[in-house]
Design a protein around this ligand. Structure first.
Ligand SMILES: NC(=O)c1ccc[n+]([C@@H]2O[C@H](COP(=O)([O-])OP(=O)(O)OC[C@H]3O[C@@H](n4cnc5c(N)ncnc54)[C@H](O)[C@@H]3O)[C@@H](O)[C@H]2O)c1
Ligand SMILES: [Zn+2]
Length: 668
């Protein structure tokens, strides 16, 4: 029996040692922290039940992962310990009881601090100047990384208001902001380097880089959380020490508070559980420390952590699991989104089995393959995401992911959206998109078919009364009677509306078919220059892009879509059903109000007309001419030397037109 337990302990220790090297030395873990902690807990439980079998070299007594030879080694004046972990109220209640019992005072105050998810660093200042920075290492001896520490953005290299102390040690947590971390991983993905699982691993790796210029590019930051040495010994409140550190120019975390009991802590935990996704940096818990430092020796230490402190750990947000399949969802706009389906795994209190992969570029960048073991993460989002692949666990025969060649809803070949990372199904009859397409087609500014509300459209699509845009014009009384709760009057009205929609001008038809990036105003601009479907189809992409107010991507989108079979077929059928595919050219009449409801800004200098003449002309046509560009502006008429209004209009995506656009509003 005991032989079996011994073997079990050996096996656990071997696993733990293996993962410590991956984590502490290589900064490239193969399992999540929660999974690692479970191994440690299992070992500790076995050790507690079998004290005779405990190995003297057990990781249960050790801090960190030892020291590598890359940097000079340096012994800590005071050991750098870890923190005891608490996962629930019972653990925390134990902590409060223990402190009160040791001190014999119920009114103890505790400093409650966010546990910053980074790596600890010891900084020694001699006569006010930073002398050395040392990592925790194995707690006793660490690695000297002073040059790297000097790249930490908010670390003072000299302490200004120095108070005659020749030696002072400050400890803190070095971390990387989430945004900076995302950029680091993006660069690594582009360079084909293994990704970091989280900001903490990348901070740890960065601190130990051999080239401090590279460390500087990692944008390291620090929150200091402790002072040691003669100066600190004169202050016997931890909170007060933090305050004075701040006055000396160190950055302390602004969210530290004082609490007195478990109830207050529980409120704090609840509060931060909600708020911490909004912080710029990762936190993994709340650290409690007895505020009165004169009790530290009384309460004492284990070989691994101080007993006057504990760390409540938030539920784990990362896990590792195996990717079984990549399925594809078709969004309402036709965009195909890959979804990771994996072995169900517990994560932050729920079981998850799916994660979004965002887009196909993401899969390629991270080289995610079916069968891979992956790190998944929940963070602040409801939907988990795949952080990275664990390459060391990849099957040798695995192959890179191939882009889908079929839309899962309709089977047609998806297209790459020009200039974007998305793949899109462009089939106008794709069932997954039909409802949205019809709603758009029938909307007020498009074909304006009243009576085609959301619910009705849903029913029609479900019952296959409409299967594409063309089939709207094939609806008849008999078909409509199949719907629930309809009457003669409603049917007659709807058919009337559909018939009436055939008279909508061509620009509206062009807008209504829902070509990506072709909005209402853009459709109008195109039709003014190319007044029929035939003319548009004959136009080269350069000619389309040549129009004032039209971007290259927009022109490319129109050009490409008009050539897709499903669009060509749709326009052909529209034509034979009597929809308007030719613009009726109405020269404007004196006093007509073609620009009614439009808000227009005029800027710059013009060749043919003065600014005043242009303004008057637009007003005659019913436009409201205003002086500043806002999101409500419909057009910016832009001459030469336009100034800041042009940039403003571009940033708000207001349509910009030139002097030639004015010509159409002049009387013949
Ligand atoms: N995934 C793996 O394979 C693997 C392997 C080994 C270790 N680990 C993980 O490493 C962790 C253990 O590392 P650890 O010993 O650094 O413990 P820890 O990170 O859980 O806690 C101790 C550390 O918290 C930091 N800290 C942050 N804010 C603080 C504050 N306000 N006051 C004081 N300290 C603060 C300090 O650096 C301190 O050293 C565990 O989470 C474990 O899961 C993971
Ligand atoms: Zn499709």
């Amino acid at each position: 029996m005991s032989e079996q337990i011994r073997r079990q302990m050996d096996r656990l220790i071997e696993q733990i040692e293996y993962h410590r090297v991956r984590y502490y030395n290589e900064h490239n873990p193969e399992i999540s922290d929660a999974e690692y902690d479970a191994l440690e807990r299992e070992l500790k439980a076995l050790e507690a039940a079998n004290p005779k079998l405990v190995r003297p070299d057990s990781p249960s007594f050790r801090v960190g992962g030892g020291v590598a030879k890359d940097h000079p080694q340096k012994e800590h004046a005071t050991p750098m310990l870890s923190l005891e972990n608490s996962y629930n109220s019972a653990d925390l209640a134990d902590y409060f009881e223990r402190c009160v019992a040791e001190v014999g005072d119920e009114t103890l105050r505790y400093s409650a601090e966010l546990k910053i998810d980074g790596v600890s660093l010891s900084l020694v200042y001699l006569n006010g100047s930073l002398d050395s920075a040392v990592t925790r290492g194995d707690g006793r001896v660490g690695e000297e990384v002073t040059l790297n520490a000097k790249t930490i953005r908010d670390l003072p290299l000299r302490v200004a208001a120095w108070k005659d102390i020749d030696r002072m040690e400050v400890r803190g947590e070095v971390y990387i902001d989430r945004d900076d971390f995302a950029q680091i991983n993006e660069k690594r993905a582009a360079a084909g380097l293994p990704l970091f699982a989280n900001p903490r691993n990348s901070a740890a790796g960065s601190m130990r880089l051999l080239d401090s210029r590279e460390a500087a590019a990692r944008h390291l930051r620090i929150f200091v959380f402790q002072a040691l040495g003669p100066w600190a010994q004169t202050i016997n409140s931890h909170i007060e020490a933090l305050k004075q550190l701040k006055e000396l120019g160190f950055t302390t975390n602004p969210h530290n508070t004082v609490i007195q009991n478990l109830a207050e802590l529980e409120r704090l935990i609840e509060d931060w559980s909600a708020k911490r996704p909004g912080l710029a940096y990762d936190t993994d818990g709340i650290v409690l420390k007895v505020d009165d430092t004169s009790f530290y020796e009384t309460i004492g230490y284990t070989s691994k952590f101080p007993k006057w402190a504990t760390a409540y750990k938030f539920p784990a947000e990362q896990a590792t699991t195996q990717l079984k399949e990549i399925t594809i969802q078709v969004g309402r706009t036709g965009v195909l989104t890959p979804v990771a389906n994996f072995e169900p795994v517990a994560l932050a209190g729920t079981t998850v089995s799916r994660a979004t992969l965002h887009n196909f570029d993401e899969i390629q960048k991270k080289d995610i393959r079916v069968g891979d073991w992956v790190f998944i993460e929940k963070g602040g989002d409801i939907i988990p995401k795949v952080v990275k692949v664990i390459e060391s666990k990849r099957d040798r025969n695995s192959t890179a992911y191939a882009l889908p060649d079929q839309c899962p809803s309709c089977g047609s070949e998806p297209q790459r959206v020009p200039g974007q990372v998305a793949l899109r199904c462009e089939n106008l009859a794709c069932p997954a998109q039909l409802e949205r397409r019809i709603m758009h087609f029938a909307s007020r500014n498009a074909m304006d078919i009243q009576g085609l509300g959301k619910e009705r459209v849903q029913q029609m699509v479900e019952q296959k009364l409409v299967t594409d845009l063309v089939s709207i014009y094939q609806l008849d009384e008999e078909k409509l009677w199949q719907l629930e709760r309809v009457g003669t009057k409603w049917i007659k009205n709807l058919l009337g509306e559909i018939e009436k929609s055939k008279t909508r001008p061509f620009a509206r038809v062009l807008f209504a078919v829902g070509i990506p990036m072709i909005g209402e105003k853009v459709a109008e601009l195109f039709v003014q220059r190319f007044p029929s479907y035939e003319a548009l189809l004959a136009a080269e992409v350069e000619e389309l892009a040549d129009l004032h107010g039209i971007g290259e991507k927009v022109a490319a989108s129109l050009h490409e879509h008009l050539r897709l079979p499903s669009y060509q077929e749709t326009f052909r059928q529209f034509g034979s059903m009597g929809l308007q595919l030719v613009a009726e050219h109405k020269p404007p009449q004196e006093g007509d109000d073609a620009l009614k409801g439009k808000t227009i800004v005029v800027t710059g200098t013009f060749n043919e007309l003065s600014r005043k003449e242009i303004t008057d002309l637009l007003k005659q046509r019913g436009a409201k001419v205003t002086s500043s560009v806002t999101s409500k502006t419909d057009f910016l008429v832009c001459g030469e030397k336009p100034g800041s209004k042009l940039a403003k209009a571009q940033s708000l995506e207001v349509t910009v037109v030139g002097e030639e656009w004015i010509a159409q509003w002049q009387n013949p």
